[in-house]
Design a protein around this ligand. Structure first.
Ligand SMILES: *Cc1c(COP(=O)(O)O)cnc(C)c1O
Length: 354
């Protein structure tokens, strides 16, 4: 395990007396940035703030519009709202569960400043058409890669595709700190400078304290070299689940042809989701729902003024989605046990899964 290496890294930081930014953060920035093929990386204190500062660096503010998807962790939309801009939501594609690119162009107006595709569950959004449409209209693209460390699009790592890309290292993510942390990576030197200025009380009114802690950077430096192996293991677990559940009536996650899926989440779909969830929890299996509501259905976002029915694919997914346990340390035996537990009701109480 990594305990010894992490202990050593933590010790080094404690002895250094440099607890915020400094050489550990700089070293992690350069290591993580190059792992995504991006020349600049800015260490921050969360993924939410990575999205927020990316928007601010692009000059997004009140009166502007930013397009994202109706189905994401709400932070994507909250970060847009924090700038004073208006989020414009579009539906997801039923296969990839990421931005439905056929809906994008129609949503762009003269107020649109940025598009934020979300690499949901670790599957990259279909970036080529998103970039082509956005370029044509002079709109910037911010990748929300908070669930997609280690994922790739047509062989290129996510993070090196959009104008700016945002990562979270929250403890549940594929690459995780022991606390909150986040990062923006970009190939654009002037946007990188702008974000560096914003994160630490620069001259801009919207600057503040968005700094990464050195302890988190030191821990992340120990883990980063293992990300590729962990991603491979996640893909293996996903392929096992798919094999073991293929002949059920469940909806199983699809890996798009362009996608190097990082399987942050292995999401099955069932019209009897709640019953299935209860059945699995009764057997001690930790399943989750990501997410029980599309963003526009949540109370906090009623101000966006979208009615139920506005995003049918997202709304249906919210009623059917169930996340099976998936993490690199999950033993093969547990994967088989989960699949067996799911198959049980098919045999015994046919109505639960049909
Ligand atoms: C986790 C997450 C975020 C926010 O990251 P934090 O570090 O928790 O602020 C943003 N977008 C998506 C899609 C996420 O999963």
């Amino acid at each position: 395990m990594l305990k010894n290496e992490i202990d050593t890294a933590v010790d080094r930081v404690l002895k250094s007396g440099r607890y915020v930014l400094g050489p550990e953060v700089e070293a992690f920035e350069s290591e993580f940035g190059s792992s995504c093929g991006a020349s600049h990386a800015i260490g921050l204190n969360s993924g939410t703030n990575a999205i927020y500062l990316s928007l601010v660096a692009l000059g997004v503010g009140p009166g502007d519009e930013v397009i994202t998807v109706a189905y994401t962790f709400e932070a994507t939309v909250a970060a847009i709202l924090a700038t004073g801009a208006t989020p414009r939501l579009i539906d997801i594609d039923p296969q990839s569960l990421t931005m439905d690119v056929t809906l994008l162009e129609n949503e762009i107006t003269h107020r649109t400043k940025a598009v934020i595709p979300v690499h949901l569950f670790g599957q990259p959004a279909d970036m080529d058409p998103i970039l082509a449409i956005s370029r044509r209209h002079g709109v910037s693209v911010i990748e929300d890669a908070c669930q997609a460390h280690g994922a790739a699009y047509k062989g290129t790592p996510v993070g090196g595709l959009g104008d700016l890309s945002c990562f979270s290292f929250y403890p549940s993510k594929n690459l995780s700190a022991c606390g909150d942390a986040g990062m923006v990576v970009t190939k654009n030197a002037s946007l990188a400078d702008a974000i560096r200025g914003l994160r630490n009380w620069g001259p801009d009114q919207r600057s503040g304290n968005y700094r990464m802690a050195a302890l988190q950077a030191a821990i992340l430096r120990v883990k980063l070299p293992h990300l590729e192996a962990w991603t491979t293991r996640r893909r293996f677990i996903a392929s096992r689940y798919t094999e073991l559940l293929r002949d059920t009536k469940l909806g199983l996650p699809l890996t798009m042809p362009y996608s190097g899926h990082a399987f942050h989440i292995y999401a099955i779909r069932s019209s009897q989701r709640d019953a299935l969830q209860e059945h699995l929890r009764d057997q001690g299996i930790e399943v989750g729902v990501h997410y029980p509501q599309a963003v526009h259905q949540k109370k906090n976002y009623s101000g966006l003024n979208y009615n139920t029915g506005a995003f049918p694919v997202a709304e249906q997914l919210a009623t059917e989605q169930l996340s099976l346990p998936i993490y690199p340390e999950l033993p093969d035996g547990t994967v088989a046990k989960v699949a067996t537990a799911i198959r049980q009701p098919i045999v015994q109480k046919h109505r639960i899964l049909s």
